[in-house]
Design a protein. Sequence first.
Lengths: 260, 247
Amino acid sequence: MIKLKVFKELYNYRELLKTNIKKEIRGKYKGSWLGVIWTFLNPLLMLAVYAIVFPYILRVDVENYTIFMIVALIPWNFFTTAIQTGTGSVVANGNILKKVYFPREIIPISITTSQLINFLITCIIVTIFIIVSGVGFSIHLLLFPILVLIQYMLTLGLTFILSALTVFIRDVSHFISVILMLGFYATPIVYLGSMLPEKFQIFLKLNPMAQLVEAYRAILYYHKFPDIKMMTIWGIGSFIILIIGYLIFKKLEKSFVEEL
Amino acid sequence: MKKDVAIKVAHVSKDFKLYYDKANTLKEKILFFSKKNRSKNDIHHVLKDINLEIKKGESVALIGTNGSGKSTLLKLMTKIIYPTSGKITTNGKLTSLLELGAGFHDDFTGRENIYFNASIFGLTRKEIDEKIDEIIKFSELEEFIDNPVRTYSSGMYMRLAFSVAINVQAEILLIDEILAVGDQHFQEKCFKKLKDLKKSGKTIVIVSHSMEQVKQFCDRAVWLYKGQIKMDGKASDVLEEYLKICG
């Protein structure tokens, strides 16, 4: 019953959600010469930098290291950018929250969704890399949408919690930048998970992004099925995080305006 | 809630914490944690146990001196803030004209801003498409509508914002001292539009210091004094009493 009301209100405000997402994607490059082209150019250049730098500083003995890294790096980037911008999003929109009522959850949802769209756009570039390098695709690609869905639920759930907390404790955003930096190294993005010593393996199991990154790599790079058991656990886990995050956000949103 | 009730305010109280130096960071929160017990004196009771029922189609004025809690009550009705205790239920689409131009972006054109602003009020694209000509016509900004709003004068800005807010077809309108928009001509036009809306059965709640407007426009007035309802009744009666004391 309550759930239905949630969707109904979001549906009523769908135009606001749409314009917010559009503003988030287009607004970033507004005023620049190349405009929307940057949406493609930016990840392309970033990938080029990583592809040039990492093979030389990290000696990981795998074939096609660039692809090995990219298929993990791009999902990771979606995660970090969404968390980072999402965390400060409610505070950043303080002015408008004070002026008018609209479902507050639209803010974190539109941030996460615009990052999802950016991620999918970047995937076009990843596709080109995969084809050009000769790695190619296999039937396992069909699992890709499921992985994206799990990641989206996880990211949105965390964004709900963090954006609401930041209103009351502004330090959260500084703390999160450090955590995300640590996360980059605690996730097997530029290295192989199996390179970690036995005693650290448990951290990879507990880190949902590590599991997701390994799964992306399994289907896109190794052309095999990901660890189905782990994916089921984290699929359910992400859904629970999403629900809990939403409930925390709804609980805290009532005092947003007085704290902003 | 009964069907003919538009807004129901039941036992609503609202407290604001008075911060002398707001503890914002975790460090400050921990350091000043013990202060929490002391801060009981620092709570300002803005509204105390308000009970109010506004019927559909009524036009009600909230009157009272500064700090009596009128605007807080209006903000509670819009759900911008939430009551400390008690419950407010509204029945029907609600628009507030508390802060005009929410979501306006200076770099975008007047037309684009109509879309932004109206979407914040919960309109869909289709609904805005249907309304847009009416909104532009009402604002009398036809020749400037495709210019960025940063080039607008403050009067033009308010005219555009007001035109959107008043044309979104809400069943309940909440207005805070809004009839001071634009020049004489535009004010009269707004007033006429509000009267039309009233005639068509919309519920309207106004906070106003202009007794003239209240007298002309509202059937009912609620007099708030220090966070409590001092008098509630026919506008002319309440105004008479009010002016006796405050005039």
